[in-house]
Design a protein around this ligand. Sequence first.
Ligand SMILES: Cc1ncc(COP(=O)(O)O)c(C=O)c1O
Length: 398
Amino acid sequence: MKEHMASGDPVQAGEVPLCVPEIRGNEWNYIRECLDTNWVSSAGSFVDRFESMLAEYVNAKYAVATINGTAALHIALLVAGVEPDDEVLVSTMTFIAPANAIRYAGAWPVFVDAEPQYWQMNPQNVVDFVEQDCSWVAGELRNKTTGRRVKAIVPVHILGHPVDLDPIQAVAEKYNLSVIEDATESLGAKYKGQMVGHLGDIACFSFNGNKLITTGGGGMIVTDNEAWAQRARHLTTQAKDDPIEYIHDEIGYNYRLTNIQAAMGCAQMELVDDYIEAKRSIASAYDEILEGLPGIKSMTQAPWAESVYWLFTVLVDQAEYGMGSRELLGKLKDTGIQSRPLWQPMHLSPAYANLKPADCPVANRLYQDGLSLPCSVGLGESQRLVTDTLNLLGANKK
Ligand SMILES: Cc1ncc(COP(=O)(O)O)c(C=O)c1O
């Protein structure tokens, strides 16, 4: 069975999956090399090579490979100095991993609504929270209501599009907050000409099965901060201080990527620009065809952004299109086309029901109306089936 983003039942032959990996490069050769040479575990030349390729690609000085993106976020928070009972601002419209990573560090997420145009973390809400709901006490930013220290911001570049980071960076600098980019969904995207992942203090990527490039499961931390990179490497390898005596100077984690996975990552990285080009042409074909379809609004790219359109998503206006996003999901499924709603926003998640309720109307609407459409790099002719079906369903409801 092919890898896919589960939205219910497994994808069957002949169906159009949402987003599957593209494996057509040197994956077999490099993985075979690992097996032939016995370098299968977390030491090996492919891990170093994959790190260098990633660092070079996003223009960062250092990269540290991890077992997945969630582990990368956990470690990035720790090296950025986030401590138990701190607060960390994070997008509410995201997959749950960054919020969970904040809790793994013992800190508390403060959920920030999305902006309505590009659906990313709303920078004005970040500034308002910091300037109005916090105070500067003895060199630290404190939430006036909870009294907790606010230590970092995690902007999540969702769906392949960057967050508008300048206002966030400015307020972070003013109050000495770390900016930890969750760039897991946006490898290759650019903000004002700069690579996502090289905008904040430290950034994280994911290579799980549905991402632009995949290692099956994997992640990466990138930063220009040498001390942070060293600490990240130390923490991801059980904080082993003396390899002979097995002396560990603190409690570390077994988070390092294996050579086999990194081998796959190297092969995938060799084709990353081709994959991005494919994602962009899929997006422009959707844009063109769906433009005239009442009630379907495609994701848009900000003038200051270069999106990689990782997961092509539309908003479905129930009144105008004739059915809502969930009914459409069901109809597409009946036709063998897989689609998926956006994530339940974090401020609504039962996992975070113990936090103070947050008012995030934009994320609520995105959750209600959002639907991601098939957009695998190898989508090809199947895209026509998707757009024809959307047109037909819309016309039939009129
Ligand atoms: C926004 C976001 N952050 C973090 C992750 C976590 O990455 P991983 O699944 O590799 O742990 C993902 C995706 O899986 C994601 O979409």
